[in-house]
Design a protein around this ligand. Structure first.
Ligand code: NAI
Length: 417
């Protein structure tokens, strides 16, 4: 039933459409979901325009007039500042909470004292505890390794804790002095003028992240979940993450998972049908393994800082950040976003590659049950790259390629849908 008063955020009425509802933390598909979007700063408006066109065309191709996304603009970053004197207006945050989903272009992170990244604020305020980064190779994309196609991994990075929790004390400050005195009581002596940062890892946050990674592996037919940690050095944080992750796997997924010991003692090194392997690697060994044995990896679950480094390293291996999508997901809310920044050097020049935002939109489409449209976008993107019609960042490393501007690249993908 239509409500009497028109729903609005930031004084902007919401268009006709349906709200995505969540059941047991998962969205229930609807035909005309309302999806808020933030264009973003720098190259944001250009890559968003191309992405939106492609996604709309893919929905049209897949479902005709039966289903489609109802886009609703919300504001943040430069546009939020300009219109509402706030880089993260309350109405935008409310809209994301209300609709349980959003997609965003990159936002400029203000540098300098006291100003926290809008991206980090969004993740923390909405408790988006999983940072999900699928990394795969697209045929033809220039890469620095010999067999980039061997890496096909989905990284689940814990998004709320670790050294990102923001518990830091400036060297020489009163607070740092108090913390130093408390530590002295524990037998820890610090040098004078020491900056202090505190790493926090909890059982609850570790378990929910590992649970999400295992559930994803089960639902997407991925056979291995690797817990990546630095527990040999940081025993009560990184080591605890590993312990809690293994404990969770045992408690909640015992019938469908095996450990590395069982793999060899009971199954001769072959993962049996219907089971997934839960193993672990120390973080530094993992950086070696992604390069040298990429085929052994499938899903990675890890702590915040390890995940930050590892996702960019993996993205570099398959051809760079321009093609690496990302999502920040919580229970009942998710934000999909380009993983690169605002690229001020090429902003407004119609040169940017919309690939990262487009592939994030693919994740969004799958999240809200628009899988056929998602498959079409991926197919069309693959074909456009194989045809060697690409934006400058890719064209530079591709022989015989045709360099296209952002909008022409978008049109080429639409033509290939
Ligand atoms: P950046 O990712 O914006 O740029 C690094 C280099 O990659 C530049 O040469 C740029 O031209 C190129 N590049 C990035 N995206 C591209 C694309 N789609 N197509 C073609 N080339 C592309 O990183 P930078 O310069 O460190 O950061 C700029 C701003 O973006 C900063 O304010 C930073 O805080 C912010 N940022 C925002 C993020 C977000 O909103 N999620 C993530 C990373 C940075």
């Amino acid at each position: 039933m239509a409500s009497k008063r028109k729903l609005e955020f930031n004084g902007k009425p919401v268009p006709e459409g349906e709200m995505i509802r969540y059941q047991d933390g998962r969205p229930v598909p609807v035909k005309r979901p309302i999806v808020p979007f933030i264009e973003g700063d720098g190259i944001g408006p250009e890559i968003w325009a191309a992405t939106r066109k492609i996604v709309d065309a893919a929905c049209q191709a897949a479902y005709g007039d039966e289903r489609g996304i109802v886009w609703y603009e919300i504001f943040a970053g430069g546009k939020g500042e300009k219109l509402f004197s706030d880089p993260l207006p309350k109405g935008s945050l409310k809209a994301i909470k209300h609709f349980g989903v959003a997609i965003k272009g990159p936002l400029t992170t203000p540098t300098g004292g006291g100003l926290r990244s809008i991206n980090v604020r969004l993740r923390q305020l909405l408790d988006l505890y999983q940072c999900v980064r699928p990394v795969r190779y697209f045929d033809g994309v220039p890469s620095v390794v010999h067999n980039p196609q061997d890496l096909d991994v989905v990284i689940f990075r814990e998004n709320t804790e670790d050294v990102y929790a923001g518990i830091e004390y400036r060297a020489g400050s009163r607070a740092a002095g108090r913390v130093a005195r408390a530590l002295r009581k524990e037998g820890v002596k610090l040098r004078s003028r020491t900056g202090i940062g505190i790493k926090v890892i909890s059982r609850a946050a570790s378990r929910r992240l590992v649970r999400a990674a295992i559930q994803f592996a089960l639902e997407n037919n991925r056979k291995v979940v690797t817990l990546v940690h630095k527990g040999n050095i940081q025993k009560f944080t990184e080591g605890a993450f590993l312990g809690w992750g293994m404990e969770l796997a045992q408690e909640e997924f015992a019938s469908v998972t095996i450990t590395e010991d069982q793999l060899w003692s009971d199954y001769g090194g072959v993962i049996p049908d219907g089971k997934i392997l839960i193993n672990s690697r120390i973080a530094d060994a993992m950086f070696y393994e992604v390069l040298v044995k990429p085929k052994t990896l499938s899903v990675i679950a890890t702590t915040n800082l390890n995940g930050d480094y590892l996702s960019d390293a993996c993205a570099a291996q398959v051809g760079g950040l321009g093609m690496a999508p990302g999502a920040n997901i919580g229970d009942g809310c998710a934000i999909f976003e380009a993983t690169h920044g605002t690229a001020g050097d090429i902003a407004g020049k119609n040169m940017a590659n919309p690939g990262s935002l487009l592939l994030s939109a693919v994740m969004l489409l799958r999240h809200i049950g628009f899988g056929e449209a998602a498959d079409r976008v991926v197919g069309a993107l693959e074909k456009t790259i194989v045809d060697r019609t690409v934006t400058g960042d890719l064209a530079r490393g591709m022989a015989d390629s045709q360099e296209l501007g952002t909008d022409a690249f978008g049109e080429a993908v639409v033509a290939n849908l």
